[in-house]
Design a protein around this ligand. Sequence first.
Ligand SMILES: Cc1ncc(COP(=O)(O)O)c(C=O)c1O
Length: 406
Amino acid sequence: MSATRQESVNAAQLMQWDSEYVMGTYARQPVMFVRGEGARLWDSDGKEYLDFLAGIAVCGVGHCHPRVARAIGEQAATLMHLSNLYYNPLQPALARRLCELTCMERAFFCNSGAEANECAIKIARKWAKQHKGPDCYEILTFERSFHGRTLATVTATAQPKYQEPFTPLPPGFRYLPVGDLHALDEAINERTCAVMIEPIQGEAGVHIVPPQFMAAIRALCDESGILMICDEVQSGMGRTGRFLAGAHSGIAPDIVTLAKAIADGMPMGVCLARGEAARTLVPGDHGSTFGGQPLACAAALAALDVLEEEDLMNHAARVGDHFLAGLRRLQQAMPEMVQEARGVGLMVGLELSVPEAKRIQKEMLARGIVINAIGDTILRFVPPLVVTEADCDRVVQTLEEILRSL
Ligand SMILES: Cc1ncc(COP(=O)(O)O)c(C=O)c1O
């Protein structure tokens, strides 16, 4: 469709077409955002919003950062795509940079978090087949986890609501409660090839895995000679104040996956590995038509430049502390409404004592603030890392007004 033809159709008509022609996989909010800048969005009526969702932890350095937009524009005019059967002028530099930032050795590029986790699962299975035997393929994951929507990653995701419509699921996954060292110890046997965990379970409501448990997983994986996989699709790329959230526990996994914020909105996923795991896949084992194409790599390289030059990881830690302190004051002032405020850096959740999360999300939107409700009782805040303390104060104050009005 030409730009002119699209402009002649108004937002209401487009929303109608959406409900008619797009598969109904999302319960959309009744808003169409048409422009973004930093931590601000504008809808089709010109109304301005403060964005505390960032496309769900995606636009880390902010919407349409000029540096990222310029890199995409220049690359689009030079070379958008090429086959992975040829050398790519940007992918090696990006892989090198990501390996340096994560203490990994090699990267596989794909287009999403689920694909990055699929790659991690395939590496773990092949690595185990080579080093431990044909019956060693089981991966332990954790209750409340979220690893993606493909058949393997939805099976890794220990949430029955995402799995039930799609059974039978592929075999080879077992679920454990977070924090239960005894259960973990008991579960690891000769069939186990890896343990896979999000250092902070974002999708389930920003549940922080205790650092001692992360360290215990690392120790048990070492003891049993199996792989530790960290899914940092949501928590990575500086959101928590460190490039990887696992760094807060002082652990180094064997495989780490990234996506979401890595290219500030351009689709990109990365599976990074070290040691033997990094050398497991060989030509023919795995691939992706679009993975690591120049356009996405240009965006990712520019986003990494911005993260560094604008010191956004330290900023996220500082502003996140300020935000959490504000939410904790709200919890203390209204314990009958707010049960807990938790988070690290700018990955923050607010657990309510009342089942009003969806109503609060709607009210916040009406007042020009974009947040996310998880179930009936949890609010999630994963803003662009460029938000300010004043932005956080506005969110806390607006929340307080809404909570008092309920
Ligand atoms: C921790 C984690 N892993 C994997 C995924 C899946 O990523 P994608 O939607 O890009 O496939 C998500 C998405 O929310 C996530 O939060």
